[in-house]
Design a protein around this ligand. Structure first.
Ligand code: FAD
Length: 479
């Protein structure tokens, strides 16, 4: 049996950070990855291919709109094959960062195979047995496939298969109106598929405030996307070479015909067939249970990323990896802090969020002032003819000493919203008050000015109050 300081299971966003740092610190580290290449879902089946596809779709939409800029351009029929070549090319470029040789040059052993625990401090990879002082579980998640009668027989796509499509499905049914479903629905619609989003609830993106979501839904409808809300797919069958989805909507049965079905109704943590029971690691359907130091029920084993949640984002997996490094490698008792977590749905316009939503503030009885500003009144957005959406800043009410003036959350629906969000995330993280945003000079004409304009709304009442007017009059008459 071989002995290591650290074994990292899963060579994706979280695992790669831990393995890279540990091996550069000189620890005897083994990184185990079941796939042929490192990079995980984000690089191969998630963030990277989806954003590359979204960019191709955005270009297609821009070509269609060229006339608005006084240009004459025609979009020919979309060859999905060529678009997917662009997607693969982007993956190949970014794959270079995750070259196993780079990790080996740090002294990290990179092993291809499936790791399975055979005891509290041992794993088996094929014929090999490794014992280690510490383990990190970073095995990610997979698409959850609901048990819909006929779905498996009819065939469906998840995020693992959709980027391998070589021809455009004329009709695409998207099961699920979460971020993945929304992003891919819009991308395929822009590439010319007729897309129907089937969603259980009354609207897409249930975590986001209704006003933002309704505005985004309208944009998507205007682009030709259809929504089937409050719908449960009863069953799927093949009919005349196409897939027929029978959806229960209240007391009605609606029929949706599609050439392909994308299943995007949620994620399942990868905890199966890993021998977690033998290792004494407690888990449930949400993933591996961890404490606020990301330690599992086995003191030697830590976890990060989608396998433990609660947020399933690449930037969260990377942040958690840092907390694991502090706790597992340096024995520094660093607690996880989910106070300021930004995320973005890469629709167009983007929907970016950090901190509380207005609905959450109400549920939690937190008194906030909502400062709103429309992109239609932002010069840059008008110049670039992207006036859709608005910003919402949530500012705590109350005296300063009780946190009054601090930003409780923000949501931005607008072009480049994800880029704008980080000014707010930094302000929240550093405890800056809304006044700091208002007092910061923002370059003209940038979209970022919208944040200052929204912040200024807080002071408009005071600036133009009867008292201010009286003072202005008095000062000007006196001097
Ligand atoms: C379509 C889509 C779009 C997304 N877009 C975004 C986005 O824009 N921004 C964002 O922040 N997040 C996005 N995500 C989420 C993001 O991909 C994940 O949050 C991130 O990949 C999680 O990182 P991880 O390290 O936990 O898992 P992964 O990166 O998936 O890595 C897990 C690795 O473990 C390996 N593995 C599993 N079991 C074993 C085993 N037993 N032995 C050895 N290896 C094993 C897997 O093969 C995999 O390589 C998206 C996800 C999807 C599906």
């Amino acid at each position: 049996m071989e002995r290591r300081d650290l074994v990292v299971i899963g060579g994706g966003a979280g695992g790669l950070v831990v393995a890279s740092i540990a091996s550069q610190l000189g620890l005897a580290t083994t990184l185990v990855e079941s796939e042929a290449e490192l990079g995980g879902d984000c690089l191969h089946y998630g963030c990277v291919p989806s954003k590359a596809l979204i960019q191709a779709a955005r270009v297609a939409a821009q070509v269609r709109e060229a006339g608005r800029f006084g240009l004459d351009a025609q979009l020919g029929p979309v060859q999905l094959d060529a678009v997917m070549n662009h997607v693969s090319d982007v993956i190949a470029q970014l794959q270079q960062h995750d070259d196993p040789e780079r990790f080996r040059s740090y002294g990290c052993e990179v092993v291809q195979g499936r790791a399975r625990f055979i005891g509290p401090d041992q794993i088996r990879i094929g014929e090999r047995v490794l014992a280690a002082r510490r383990f990190v579980l970073a095995t990610g998640s997979s698409a959850f496939v609901p048990p819909i009668p006929g779905l498996a027989e009819a065939g469906f796509l998840t995020n693992r298969e959709i980027f391998s499509l070589r021809s455009l499905p004329p009709r695409l049914a998207v099961l699920g109106g979460g971020p993945i479903g929304v992003e891919l629905a819009q991308a395929f619609a822009r590439l010319d598929s007729r897309v129907t989003v089937i969603q259980r609830g009354p609207r897409i993106l249930p975590r986001e405030d209704e006003d933002l979501v309704l505005a985004l839904q309208q944009v998507m409808r205007d682009e030709g996307i259809e929504f089937c809300f409050n719908a449960e797919v009863n069953d799927v069958a093949m009919q005349d070479g196409a897939r027929l989805l029978r959806c229960r909507v209240g007391d009605d049965m609606q029929h949706i015909v599609a050439d392909e079905i994308l299943v995007a109704v949620g994620r399942t943590p990868n905890v199966q067939d890993m021998g977690l029971e033998e290792a004494g690691v407690v888990f449930d359907r949400k993933g591996v249970t961890v404490d606020n130091h990301l330690r599992t029920s086995n003191r030697r084993i830590f976890a990060c990323g989608d396998v433990c949640g609660p947020y399933q984002f690449t930037h969260m997996a990377e942040y958690q990896a840092g907390v694991v490094i502090a706790n597992a490698l340096f024995r520094l008792p660093q607690k996880i802090d989910y106070g300021v977590v930004p995320w973005v749905t890469y629709s167009d316009p983007e929907l970016a969020r950090v901190g509380l939503s207005e609905a959450e503030a109400q549920e939690q009885d937190i008194a906030v002032e909502v400062l709103r500003f429309d992109f239609a009144a932002n010069d840059r957005a008008v110049i670039e003819r992207a006036p859709q959406g608005f910003v919402k800043l949530l500012v705590r009410r109350g005296p300063r000493w009780l946190g009054g003036g601090r930003i409780a959350g923000a949501a931005i629906l607008g072009s480049h919203g994800g880029e704008l969000l980080h000014e707010i995330a930094l302000a929240m993280r550093s405890g800056a008050r809304i006044g700091s945003i208002a007092a910061t000079i923002h370059a003209y004409p940038t979209r970022a000015q919208i944040l200052r304009r929204a912040a200024n709304r807080r002071y408009a009442g005071t600036l133009f109050s009867p008292l201010s007017r009286m003072l202005a009059g008095l000062v000007n008459r006196t001097f």
